[in-house]
Write a protein that binds this ligand. Structure first.
Ligand code: SF4
Ligand code: SF4
Length: 141
């Protein structure tokens, strides 16, 4: 599976909402695949990933969503998350290791720095997702 580093945080906070039906289904598929395969390897991307591939804002492989700042801002977010977790782009990591690192290195209060003005932040689901990270692999969404 290919994921942008900041999407490692978004999947924790996903509560069935999204940009359109296709996007929501895509998110659900990604999350279910992870939950069914806790030994799954995630390859971190430097651009669009398996979540972006179902997103209406994916314009020829670049993020065109101005509400989240567009491709440049999204890549900054990916770099920020990668640096905090000490994980490199274009490398593969097991999902359990990634979740353990997130638990140790990223706290709910860090999201305002990492995610900037992402419109989903104010709903509180992403912070809640971090607080419930221990249950992520067990819970059905
Ligand atoms: S606030 Fe936005 S970028 Fe941050 S984890 Fe949530 S959905 Fe992802
Ligand atoms: S908004 Fe941008 S980064 Fe987020 S899923 Fe869509 S294309 Fe990818």
């Amino acid at each position: 599976m290919r994921l942008r580093a900041h999407h490692l945080l978004c999947i924790l906070g996903f509560r069935g909402l999204g940009y359109d039906e296709k996007f929501i289904k895509g998110m659900e598929m990604v999350i279910q695949k992870i939950k069914k395969n806790p030994d799954l390897k995630i390859r971190l991307t430097e651009g669009c990933d398996d979540i972006c591939s179902a997103c209406p804002f994916n314009i020829e492989g670049f993020c065109g969503n101005e509400a989240v700042g567009g491709e440049e801002a999204v890549r900054r977010k990916d770099r920020e998350v990668g640096e905090r977790l000490e994980l490199g782009a274009r490398k593969e990591y097991g999902i359990r290791r990634i979740l353990n690192l997130i638990k140790k290195k990223i706290k709910p209060g860090d999201l305002s720095d990492i995610c900037g003005d992402c419109p989903w932040l104010e709903m509180g689901y992403c912070e809640e997702g971090l607080r419930r990270i221990d249950k992520f692999l067990q819970e059905d969404k």
